[in-house]
Design a protein around this ligand. Structure first.
Ligand SMILES: [Zn+2]
Length: 472
C-alpha cells in the first residue's frame, strides 16, 4: 500500500461542528479499522454530520441515528463528545493516542492492513464494511452487549495486557492468568488454558467449530469462522469467548476466580433463555417474555496506600480528580476533592457519566469538572492532580494533541484560565485515593452531587490518612 493511501486509511475527522464532514464518505468514527459507518439501514438523504447534531442541546439526535445507522454504529457515535461550543472540525491521525502522525504507527497500520488483505481477499472489494460476512454477523442470535464484545474482539479493541502495554498503560504484556505468552485478544479468549478448557467443556453440548478451524488465520480469524459456520454455532462460539473474557476480567480487576463448571452451567442456561426469547419473539410478539438478567456487581478493591498525599503550600489549593471507567459498561463516574494547605476539605464532588467512550476521556472530563468547580468556588492558585499521565500531558502541551478528548481538554483549559494560576501534576494512584473512591461512588450509585466543606462517610478514613499517614 502506498503512502498516501495509507495516510487516508489512518486519518480521522474529529467532530466540532460537523459541517465539513460527510456522514457516509468520510472517516469519523473512532474505533478499530472501520472508521466509516457500516452503511445505511434505510435510504437516507442526510449528507453532513452536522445534520445529526441537535444545535440547541449540543447532543446527538439519537432518534435520527437509530433510524439510519446500524445499532453498533449508533453505540460508538453516541459516545463521541460534541464540544460545548461550535468548533471547527479537524483531521487527526487515528492510530496514535495523541492524534499526531508518527512513522511507527503508520508502519504498524501498513502491516495490519497487508495481513487483512492477504487473508481475506474480499475485504478490498467491500471496503465500507458491507461485506456479506458482516450482514451475517449482525444477524447472529446473540444479545447486543455480546455483539459489541465480538465487534471489539474483531477490531482488536479489547483492553488486553498487550494493547495496554502498547499504550504504556501496563508495565508488561504477559498474561496475568497463565503467565505464559503475551495477552493479545487471541490469547485471552482462545489460547489461555482456562479459555481452552471452557471451550472443551462446552463441546460436549454445543456443536461449535472444531479446533482445526479455529486457528489464528490473521486479524480477521473470527470473521473467517463466522463466515464458514452456521449461525447458531457461530453464536455459541462467541458466547464462549465472551464468557472467557468475563472470567478474565473478574480475575484481573477483582481478584475473583470463577471456575469452569460455573461458567459452563451459566452458558447452558443462558443459551436456553435466549432460545426461549427467540421463540417467544417468533410466536407471539405480545406475549410475556422471560427476562434474562445478568447482574454484574463490581466489588471495589481498597486502594493501597503505600506513599502519601501532600498538602499544597499556604495560599494554594490542591484539586485531586479521578475517573472510573469499566470497559464494556455504559456507566462511568468522576470524583473531585479540593483541599487547602491544612489538608481541610473545601469541596467534594462526584458525577455520573453516561455513554463514556474510554478511560482517558473520563479522566479528561474529571479534570474539566475539577477546574470548573475550583473556578466557581475557590479561585486560589491551584494544583490539579490526576493519575492519568496522558491527560496531564495533553493539558500541559495542548497545542500538540488531537486526541479524541481534545475538545474536553480545551474546555478544561478555559476553566483553568479563570484561576489565578494552575499547575498540572501527574501522581500515582495511591496518592489519589479520595478522588478515586468518589469516582467509584458516582459510577456505582449512578448519582451526582457537590458538597462544600464536607465529604461523604465512605472517604472519611482516606481523608484522615492523607493528612496524617499514621492513621489506619
Ligand atoms: Zn494466559
Amino acid at each position: 500500500m502506498h503512502g498516501l493511501e495509507l495516510l487516508k486509511k489512518g486519518a480521522i475527522w474529529r467532530i466540532g461542528r460537523g459541517t465539513d464532514v460527510k456522514i457516509w464518505r468520510h472517516a469519523w468514527i473512532p474505533r478499530g479499522f472501520e472508521l466509516k459507518p457500516a452503511g445505511r439501514k434505510r435510504p437516507c438523504r442526510l449528507k453532513w454530520v452536522s445534520e445529526l447534531i441537535d444545535e440547541e442541546s449540543r447532543r446527538w439526535k439519537i432518534d435520527v441515528l437509530t433510524r439510519y445507522f446500524h445499532q453498533h454504529d449508533v453505540e460508538v457515535i453516541k459516545k463521541i463528545k460534541i464540544p460545548w461550543r461550535s468548533s471547527e472540525d479537524f483531521v487527526a491521525w487515528h492510530f496514535e493516542k495523541s492524534g499526531y502522525f508518527t512513522v511507527r504507527s503508520a508502519y504498524r497500520l501498513g502491516v495490519s492492513l497487508r495481513d487483512i488483505d492477504s487473508n481475506l481477499g474480499s475485504s478490498s472489494s467491500h471496503p465500507d464494511g458491507s461485506r456479506p460476512v458482516w450482514k451475517k454477523f449482525w444477524s447472529l442470535p446473540i444479545p447486543h452487549k455480546v455483539r459489541i464484545f465480538a465487534w471489539k474482539l474483531i477490531h482488536g479493541g479489547l483492553a488486553t495486557k498487550a494493547n495496554k502495554f502498547r499504550r504504556k498503560l501496563e508495565p508488561t504484556a504477559t498474561c496475568s492468568i497463565c503467565g505464559s505468552g503475551e495477552e493479545m485478544e487471541f490469547h485471552a479468549v482462545m489460547c489461555c488454558p482456562h479459555a481452552k478448557s471452557l471451550r472443551d467443556a462446552m463441546r460436549s453440548c454445543w456443536p461449535i467449530p472444531g479446533e482445526k478451524e479455529l486457528g489464528l488465520t490473521g486479524p480477521e480469524w473470527l470473521l473467517n469462522v463466522i463466515n464458514t459456520s452456521d449461525p447458531d454455532a457461530a453464536a455459541q462460539l462467541i458466547l464462549i469467548l465472551w464468557r472467557a473474557w468475563f472470567v478474565r476480567n473478574k480475575w484481573v480487576h477483582e481478584g475473583r476466580w470463577i471456575n469452569g463448571k460455573t461458567s459452563a452451567e451459566f452458558l447452558s442456561s443462558y443459551w436456553d433463555s435466549l432460545s426461549v426469547i427467540r421463540q417467544g419473539e417468533a410466536n407471539d410478539s405480545k406475549g410475556k417474555r422471560p427476562m434474562v438478567v445478568t447482574t454484574i456487581r463490581s466489588i471495589e478493591r481498597k486502594p493501597k496506600v503505600s506513599s502519601t498525599w501532600t498538602k499544597p503550600n499556604a495560599g494554594w489549593v490542591k484539586i485531586n480528580v479521578d475517573g472510573a471507567f469499566m470497559e464494556g459498561s455504559e456507566d462511568a463516574g468522576i470524583g473531585v476533592v479540593i483541599r487547602d494547605s491544612s489538608g481541610s476539605v473545601l469541596l467534594t464532588a462526584w458525577k455520573h457519566v453516561s455513554d463514556a467512550g474510554s478511560a482517558e476521556e473520563v479522566e479528561a472530563l474529571a479534570c474539566k469538572e475539577g477546574l470548573t468547580l475550583a473556578a466557581e468556588w475557590v479561585t486560589l492558585p491551584s494544583i490539579l492532580e490526576s493519575d492519568c499521565a496522558n491527560v496531564v500531558r495533553f493539558l500541559s502541551l495542548p497545542e500538540r494533541q488531537g486526541s479524541p478528548s481534545s475538545f474536553t481538554i480545551q474546555e478544561a483549559l478555559e476553566e483553568a484560565a479563570k484561576l489565578p494560576r494552575v499547575e498540572f501534576h501527574h501522581v500515582g494512584r495511591e496518592l489519589n485515593s479520595v478522588a478515586h473512591s468518589l469516582a467509584q461512588l458516582a459510577r456505582r450509585l449512578n448519582h451526582s452531587a457537590v458538597w462544600r466543606n464536607r465529604f461523604p462517610f465512605c472517604v472519611e478514613q482516606l481523608v484522615a490518612r492523607d493528612v496524617n499517614p499514621s492513621v489506619n
